[in-house]
Design a protein around this ligand. Structure first.
Ligand code: SF4
Length: 282
């Protein structure tokens, strides 16, 4: 049976400028060189990572970096802690620094704009590369939490400064700030959420309303993918999360459905186009 779906891709979905910058940098080098090391997945999207691996990108972790000498290594958009730069000097590594300017600015703020005895709190995901890089600016002294409940038993000073990982939800950040103030703390809150993500809330909310079904395309490891998927789901309950075309299910659709495709800041446009072409074969 032919479904005759009417499929459109959201024009404002796809890579943010930080990811474009890192991928362009990697591809420029791979056009002339056989391989390039990259510290961690260049983007939280397995399909895009696989595409770049076939061009010679070699993903390594921090353990492997310890043993690497005299090579070029790309630092991805999430940025790195100072210890990575120190190791690069020691191992004679040439760093190709594609840290996103937004993340670098946040790292500098955390590093420079507070007194030594000021306690820093970072609302961010434990173990996330960007958060490790941010915490590294404070010699590991910043307290990282991803849920307010984690602070229940913590001994906090009466006064502290709050920052956020760039891809967290704006609403959640301000709820946390208000709750901490209600608990009697003096909170200097710095909203350091990247507008490349947060501006998409409204754009996506508008986009998804016009469709019968929404296919949200994102890697499962993407933080902003989770946030933006929740936005879509809130405004159109017929939203389905997929990471690749194999996860599409024909039963989700009915004849003549209007289907919208959108994605995270780490979702490549070619992948959303593949989803569109697949749906058009139904
Ligand atoms: S989401 Fe924002 S901070 Fe993160 S890489 Fe993209 S532009 Fe940079």
């Amino acid at each position: 049976m032919s479904y005759n779906l009417n499929v459109s891709i959201d024009k404002s979905s796809g890579f943010c400028f930080g990811v474009v910058y890192a991928i362009d940098m990697a591809e420029d080098i791979l056009d002339h060189e056989e391989y390039l090391y990259c510290l961690g997945d260049i983007v939280h999207n397995d399909e895009e990572v696989e595409r770049l691996k076939t061009k010679g990108l070699r993903i390594i972790d921090h353990t492997k970096l310890q043993d690497l000498h005299n090579e070029k290594v790309l630092i991805r958009a999430h940025g790195e802690a100072p210890s990575t730069y120190e190791l690069a000097l020691k191992n004679n590594l040439t760093l190709i620094d594609a840290s996103c300017p937004v993340v670098l600015k946040l790292q500098n703020r955390i590093k420079n704009s507070h007194d030594d005895d000021e306690q820093i709190l970072i609302f961010g995901k434990h173990g996330h590369a960007e958060v490790i890089g941010l915490q590294g600016q404070t010699n590991g002294n910043a307290i990282v939490f991803q849920d307010l409940a984690e602070l229940d038993g913590a001994e906090l000073p009466q006064k502290f400064t709050l920052y956020s990982q760039t891809t967290k939800s704006v609403d959640k950040f301000y709820q946390i700030k208000d709750e901490l103030i209600n608990r009697g703390y003096e909170v200097k809150a710095n909203d350091t959420i990247c507008r490349q993500v947060s501006n998409r809330y409204e754009e996506l909310a508008d986009f998804v309303k016009d469709f019968d079904k929404i296919i949200f395309v994102s890697g499962k490891k993407s933080s902003n993918g989770k946030v933006l998927h929740d936005v879509c789901k809130k405004h159109n309950e017929n939203t389905y999360f997929v990471s690749n075309i194999d996860e599409l299910e024909k039963e989700w659709f009915q004849a003549n459905d209007k289907v919208g495709i959108c994605g995270a800041t780490s979702t490549p446009m070619w992948l959303m186009e593949n989803v569109k072409h697949t749906l058009e074969t139904y």
